[in-house]
Write a protein that binds this ligand. Structure first.
Ligand code: ATP
Ligand code: MG
Length: 578
């Protein structure tokens, strides 16, 4: 079987229905083999190494589920390590948000919380060692010159004129760099490898730079900072990581990591690369997400439209739905784009079973039932979740004046419109059949009120004569309804993949101007009067909703997590029949 075919198979299996086992992916296979051969003396020690320069996104969730998941599965541990080597972009706020998000996903790093900055002394010692071995030198070229000397994919680089400084001179200069004798960018420390290497990463990469900046943890102690590549592989080594799982873009860095570890003769973890997660209709780079936040295109890192873990949390996603998603997309060696619909399918499938159903009218249209007694209130029995009887039933008050959804009425309906229209009977969910007798409009011709009659014999949704009523609509009793703000979301971008579009266009040009719709005064059944932040409901026919932290006493705010339309589930079903 070709690799592509294999991957397709894996993907098809992963997106299957309940009960489908998750096929073993290649990383699980490698670890299984290592356990058999006792390669790491039975140890599985992985790490998740975020740079605290932004909030985690759903791509990180994939990496977290993989690294923590493998450790869990094989009885190992997974470290949470902050790769905090860039003082100018990192903040404690990000550290805290990352910890919160990993915990929320349900993973536990125990005592294994580490910071690359805790290794600065040791990394400095390693760099001295390289200088003493003649494998590192202080270079005075400017950043622009370094770039120019580096060459290109097709041309070899040129050696720096400072490459052959004596070891003593290098030691002295590096020491002076550390003591703050030079300005930012004036000098760097570089590994002495091979300016003609076909792998550009090996062309004497910079390993230390001067940055007179305060670090979120080490304060003003350092004015030289180790580069990511140098820090990363050595941090893995210091922590005795067995399987260092990272995304494909680091494949070309692996020879450099090998070089550092071998030159220094230290513990050597095994690095295994896997494909990044890309999701349709969104962006997945911290730089772009930061821009969305900083420029106010969204309301913050946890805006429910953001593909951040905190955004999904606020949108109403559950940790299990995200973990299920991570399992289903699998782990492959080739970059691909995952359909947003699959993620929605995962949360819908879960909430279908767990969320109580309620009635809420988003765009209310007043209905007066003329033949219903003026002061009568009846308590209608409504089931909380037909998927789960144990969730019981509740009473919903019914009275003479109700609200229905504006879109459930049409004065001149097309043929297949089975909801309310003049003369056409419709079923009110859990209540009575009603027939529209009169339509009231305002001066502009907009329908503002309907008059109806009800059939007292049809209580609960049927009649003795068994006549057929095709449509069922939801409603709320006017005097009993509570008001709520409801926020509806669409995709952040108008195109599935901006990189497929015109090249010179910036992703902001594809921002969906209709990604947020706020309904200030939705009317909901009174059982929702005392909801608490974090609760989830299905509003019948509208989708799943989550109680937002912006809720106040007397005015809850709901975010729509997802609609009821399961495009992904439909597609999978269809493929099965084809
Ligand atoms: P971004 O490209 O969004 O800025 P990053 O790779 O710079 O992300 P890090 O904080 O360095 O962000 O990422 C921590 C870990 O998460 C890394 O090991 C990285 O490989 C992994 N990771 C980042 N983005 C994705 C993604 N889209 N899919 C899977 N893993 C990811
Ligand atoms: Mg990174």
């Amino acid at each position: 079987m070709s690799d592509d075919k294999k991957e397709e198979n894996i993907k098809a299996n992963n997106t299957g229905e309940k009960g489908t086992t998750i096929p073993p992916h290649f990383i699980r296979y490698i670890i299984q083999q290592d356990m058999k051969t006792n390669k790491w003396a039975g140890r599985v020690e992985t790490r998740f190494p975020p740079e605290p320069n932004g909030y985690l996104h759903i791509g990180h969730a994939k990496a977290i589920c993989l690294s923590f998941g493998m450790a869990e599965e094989f009885g190992g541990v997974c470290h949470l390590r902050f790769d905090d080597t860039n003082p100018t972009k990192e903040e404690t706020e990000y550290v805290e948000s990352i910890k919160k998000d990993v915990k929320w996903l349900g993973f536990n790093w125990g005592k294994h919380e580490y910071y690359a900055s805790d290794y600065f002394d040791q990394l400095y010692a390693f760099s001295l060692q390289l200088i003493k071995m003649g494998k590192a030198y202080v270079c005075d070229l400017t950043p622009e010159q370094i770039r120019e000397y580096r060459g290109t994919l097709t041309e070899p680089g040129r050696e720096s004129p400072y490459r052959n400084r004596s070891m003593q001179e290098n030691l002295t200069l590096f020491n002076r760099m550390k003591r703050g004798h030079f300005k930012d960018g004036e000098k760097v420390l570089r590994a002495k490898i091979d300016m003609a290497s076909p792998n550009i990463n090996m062309r004497d990469p910079v390993i230390y730079r001067i940055l007179h900046a305060k670090h979120h943890r080490t304060g003003d102690k350092w004015c030289i900072y180790p580069m990511y590549d140098f820090t990363h592989c050595l941090s893995d080594s210091i922590e005795q990581i067995t399987h260092s799982l990272c995304t494909l873009e680091f494949e070309d860095h692996r020879p450099l990591y090998d070089w550092f570890l071998d030159a220094l003769g230290v513990y050597h973890p095994q690095q295994i690369e896997f494909a990044r997660l890309n999701l349709t209709y969104t962006v997945m780079s911290k730089r772009k997400l930061l821009q969305l936040v900083k420029e106010g295109h969204v309301r913050g890192w946890d805006d429910p439209r953001m593909p951040t873990i905190s955004g999904f949390r606020r949108r109403g996603y559950t940790p299990t739905s995200i973990r299920t998603f991570a399992d289903r997309i699998g782990v492959a060696k080739r970059d691909s784009m995952v359909d947003y619909g699959l993620l929605e399918h995962c949360i819908r499938e879960e909430l279908n079973k767990t969320a109580p159903r309620v009635m809420g009218v988003l765009r209310p249209l007043k209905v007066i039932i003329d033949n219903y007694p003026d002061d009568l209130v009846e308590e209608m029995e409504a089931v909380n979740n037909p998927e789960d009887e144990s969730m019981g039933a509740r009473k919903v008050p019914f009275s003479k004046v109700i609200y229905i959804e504006e879109t459930d009425f049409m004065e001149n309906p097309p043929k297949k419109f089975f909801r309310l229209s003049p003369g056409q009977e419709v079923r009110l969910r859990y209540a009575y059949y009603i027939t529209c007798t009169d339509v009231i409009k305002d001066a502009s011709g907009k329908v503002i009120e309907l008059h109806c009659t009800y059939d007292p014999e049809s209580k609960g949704g049927g009649t003795p004569d068994g006549r057929r009523v095709k449509g069922t609509i939801h409603w709320v009793s006017a005097v009993h309804a509570i008001r709520a703000e409801v926020r509806l979301y669409e995709h952040l971008l108008t195109v599935p993949d901006p990189s497929d579009e015109e090249e010179d266009k910036h992703f902001l040009e594809y921002l969906n101007p209709e990604s947020l719709e706020v309904i200030e005064n939705a009317l909901l059944e009174p059982s929702l009067a005392n909801v608490k932040e974090g609760q989830r409901f299905q509003f019948e026919r509208h989708g799943y909703f989550y109680v937002d932290p912006d809720s106040t006493e007397g005015k809850p705010v709901f975010n729509r997590t997802v609609t009821l339309r399961d495009t992904w589930g439909k597609m999978v079903q269809q493929n099965k029949h084809d």
